[in-house]
Design a protein around this ligand. Structure first.
Ligand code: SF4
Ligand code: SF4
Length: 236
């Protein structure tokens, strides 16, 4: 079964697909703000941590206040407008999620790491201007997407690993031996920890492994992924 990661805004018709980083493409946004409405904006733990850092709150608080569906999507208001849209535009612009940076492109990655892009059908009121003077690769750089794409790929790999382990444990397939668990780990099983809440997961992991809580969001992500890979082997 092929798994495909969608790093794009959901439920938007695709205008053309199978594009790569060399495909001629450029887009100038006119900031009319229509694209921040009537969309489900997907976020991963790294993106929640970036938003939490922007707002000066923990990921636990950010998830409770600003996300829905197990912290997978940003909340929207009664008018189907993103919770972060203010009168002058995005109130978290420096830390906006990947889908917002990519729009009007969508990014896809399959299980072998192959990447391709789609051009989404823009909102009919979109005033953005298209041209082919540059490439999709240039657009990714302009939108400062590198850290976000790395995070998306890392969490996607983790998700596939979790699904594989969960599928194996629901059949008679032989599972790899669980990793050894120290006594202190057994005393601190993360049963009540929301795994995708980065700060909560790291508090439990640092306590268990007796390590210092990381400083930067990149260090937090690396440790969070280590923790989840480890817990997947032990607990799923
Ligand atoms: S996070 Fe910002 S850019 Fe993204 S949909 Fe919300 S308001 Fe728009
Ligand atoms: S609808 Fe188009 S022009 Fe308007 S803010 Fe979104 S991308 Fe920019």
């Amino acid at each position: 079964m092929e798994h495909q990661g969608e790093n794009g805004v959901l439920a938007i018709p695709i205008r053309r697909t199978g594009l790569d980083r060399q495909t001629p493409f450029s887009f100038s946004c006119m900031r009319c703000l229509h694209c921040c409405r009537n969309k489900k904006i997907q976020v991963n733990p790294y993106e929640v941590a970036r938003l939490a850092g922007n707002l000066g709150i923990s990921t636990t608080e950010c998830i409770a206040r600003y996300t829905i569906e197990n912290s997978s999507f940003l909340k929207f208001d009664d008018n189907d407008t993103c919770i972060f849209l203010g009168p002058a535009g995005c109130t978290v612009h420096p830390d906006r999620p990947l889908v917002c940076r990519l729009y009007p492109l969508g990014r896809h990655v399959n299980e072998t790491g192959e990447e391709w892009f789609s051009e989404l059908q823009p909102d009919e009121r979109c005033k953005g201007e298209y041209s082919e003077h540059e490439t999709i690769g240039n657009y990714l750089e302009e939108q400062d997407t590198a850290a976000y794409m790395l995070a998306a790929d890392n969490y996607l790999k983790l998700l596939w690993e979790m699904m594989t382990v969960a599928e194996s444990s629901s059949t008679d397939e032989e599972l790899p031996e669980p990793e050894e668990c120290s006594d202190s780990e057994e005393d601190n099983l993360p049963e009540n920890v929301e795994w995708m809440d980065m700060d909560a997961a790291l508090r439990a992991y640092c306590k268990t492994t007796q390590t210092f809580f990381p400083d930067t969001v990149e260090e937090k992500m690396r440790m969070h992924l280590d923790a989840l890979h480890r817990w997947t082997k032990i607990y799923l």
